[in-house]
Design a protein around this ligand. Structure first.
Ligand SMILES: *[C@@H]1O[C@H](CO)[C@@H](O)[C@H](O)[C@H]1NC(C)=O
Ligand SMILES: *[C@@H]1O[C@H](CO)[C@@H](O)[C@H](O)[C@H]1NC(C)=O
Ligand SMILES: *[C@@H]1O[C@H](CO)[C@@H](O)[C@H](O)[C@H]1NC(C)=O
Length: 373
């Protein structure tokens, strides 16, 4: 057995050790350098993204830079956006039309759908259609993603949170959700969940689906493609056979949409008809099948002459139509309102808002959203 003091390190070990240490230092130094460069590049790219997104107020850019699921404070998605009674029309040339409309505070968006072989393509005409611009990818999925984000499933949402207007939070099981739905009154949204709007979580988002292809083929596909807004969480405003239960998204079918097929199911429907405003007197349209009715401004009210504004007679038509619809419990939207000259457009918007129109059709979202009501 060797005593500790007999152990003497041999010189060649030390020398060899020195060589290895130098090599080790070199390797270590090099790895550190590589790591440093990698981190610096990463940090630089993150910083660039942050700077570019901070200096843009466009929700579109924001959402594309930061995928929804990665944002840090989930329910602040639309925190600075004031929801406005604007119907966003003709915005499908945007990358994700729904985001653009919502970034301007439009509570109503429209999708022009073309049905081919069970798929719904989005575009104003056939030439503009493309394989990956579908009803689902541009409207249904973005809405679903935003709503999921506004309704995080956390430990805090299980005990009913005390929002002054809507009591209950998310149910843990699907059955519980059904219960909450049934307990809620007529005016409460489905399951007491938040809508897209942070400043007004009770505000629904209207989704108009304009049928560009024959209704009998298109309708079943539209109904099927809304599924992501129906399960596992039902965000859709629906008629349950006796009552309309308000949800976070309200679907209105327009264009070639077939009224009789739409109302065929008398026990459950989560889509509504966009009835012609001037036909309300027919009595066919009730709040159970029509939530919003639309008037074609040029046809129903007439053209507006530059410099003169709307005549008293025209204002009277608008007033009567809006009163008639509201008396029936149906909301009003006008489309085909003059877009130019701007002074005429703004004057007409002003009158419509004053007379109580519920949704204002706008192609120029920026102008409409900045108008001083
Ligand atoms: C699908 O969309 C992406 C952009 O999101 C685009 O770059 C691509 O060309 C599209 N593909 C087709 C087939 O349209
Ligand atoms: C329909 O909804 C109303 C109001 O939420 C509720 O009272 C009623 O029980 C529901 N009916 C069915 C069949 O679910
Ligand atoms: C009505 O719709 C509900 C829900 O989709 C479905 O379960 C039911 O079978 C439909 N009723 C008829 C008569 O089609």
């Amino acid at each position: 057995m060797l005593a500790p003091k007999t152990f003497v390190p041999r010189t060649e070990w030390v020398a060899g050790g020195g060589r290895y240490t130098r090599l080790g230092k070199l390797i270590g130094g090099f790895s550190f350098f590589v790591l440093f460069v990698l981190c610096a590049t990463q940090l630089f790219s993150i910083a660039t993204t942050i700077v570019t997104t901070i200096y843009t107020t466009d929700l579109q850019t924001l959402l594309l830079s930061f995928p929804l699921s990665k944002s840090t404070y989930p329910t602040s998605l639309t925190r600075d956006i004031l929801p406005k009674p604007i119907h966003s029309h003709n915005d499908y040339w945007r990358l994700v039309p729904a985001y653009t409309a919502i970034s301007y505070g439009c509570i109503s968006i429209e999708a022009d759908v073309w049905e081919y072989d069970g798929e719904l393509f989005i575009g104003h005409d056939v030439a503009s259609l493309s394989r990956n611009r579908t009803f689902k990818s541009l409207y249904v999925d973005p809405l679903r993603e935003m709503l999921d984000l506004q309704n995080p499933d956390t430990e805090f949402t299980h005990p009913p949170h005390s929002h002054p207007r809507f009591g209950a939070g998310n149910g843990e099981e699907e059955e519980e959700k059904e219960d909450v739905e049934e307990e809620n009154g007529d005016e409460d949204p489905v399951g007491g969940r938040n809508g897209i709007w942070d400043v007004d979580p009770g505000q629904t988002t209207h989704l108009f689906v304009d049928f560009k292809t024959p209704g009998h083929n298109t309708l079943p596909v539209v109904i099927a493609h809304l599924e992501a807004l129906r399960t596992p969480v039902n965000y859709l405003t629906h008629f349950n056979g006796t009552h309309v239960v308000h949800g976070q998204v309200t679907v209105h079918l327009t264009g070639d949409a077939p009224f009789l097929s739409i109302i065929a199911n008398t026990t459950y429907r989560d889509y509504f008809y966009d009835a012609p405003l001037r036909d309300l007197a027919s009595g066919r349209y009730t709040p159970e099948n029509t939530i919003v009715s639309s008037g074609q401004f040029g046809r129903d009210v007439g053209s507006v002459i530059w410099g003169r504004g709307m005549t008293e007679g025209q204002k009277e038509i608008v007033r009567t139509q809006i009163e008639e619809a509201h008396r029936r419990g149906i909301m009003v939207r006008y489309w085909d309102t003059p877009g130019w000259p701007v002074s005429v457009r703004n004057a007409v918007w002003g009158v419509l808002v004053q007379e109580g129109v519920d949704l204002l059709n706008a192609d120029d979202l920026k102008a409409a959203s900045y108008l001083d009501w």
